[in-house]
Ligand binder design. Sequence first.
Ligand code: TMP
Ligand code: ASP
Length: 237
Amino acid sequence: MEKLYEGKAKILYPGAEAGTVRVYFKDEATAFNGQKRGEIAGKGAVNNQVSAALFRHLEAHGVPTHFVRELSEREMLVRRVEIVPLEVIVRNRAAGSFARRYGVEEGRVLPFPLVEFSYKNDALGDPLICEEAALALGLADREGLADIRALALRVNTLLGDYFARRGLELVDFKLEFGRLPEGRLVLADEISPDTMRLWEVGTGERMDKDRFRRDLGGVEEAYQEVLRRVLEEPKPV
Ligand code: TMP
Ligand code: ASP
């Protein structure tokens, strides 16, 4: 089957139905804009199933997404969208590039959920971008940015609660949005341990791609454990 696109973590193929795309999730892993490369056995299956469960949960709570259905262990069918070239990051605690950029200790709780934008451009290394620059470059308009911000914060509330019931803290995450042919904005891409920081409640143990980025070991095990928590019955909090 002819590929539409191959990225670092996924391959896109035309879907069987008009206006759809089949997404295949790979085990290949990269970090630091592709400078570090490796493989995480079983990652594709985990990321597909975690993303599917989270998209379903968000849809059930009124957040529109590109998700249609799961096709296999590591494939899903999604609606074809035009991706808004912004990476939308929501942070509840200082971590990763935020902690490095501003010289603050990783783990500091932020006084409110912070929304950041990066310009989705691998050649430039996905640079941080302010809203005015995004507008000036025509990446989105004011209304689009306001809608994206509101949806990202709603996703933060819904997923923060979802993971808290599974003993994990949602520290930060990255979203991408797309537009359907009729112009409607929907959540796209994936939401997985590749694109979120999840810390074990109580111990702060890293349960996400930071285990790979930072050579912490137990990478495969952490991915499998996140899938297990996502599939388990939630606990009351
Ligand atoms: P950062 O602290 O490295 O900027 O990452 C913030 C969040 O975004 C973190 O949960 C990991 C996720 N992320 C991606 O999904 N893709 C990326 O390319 C990067 C750099 C981060
Ligand atoms: N996936 C991104 C890259 O390859 C960055 C990351 O997740 O750290 O480079």
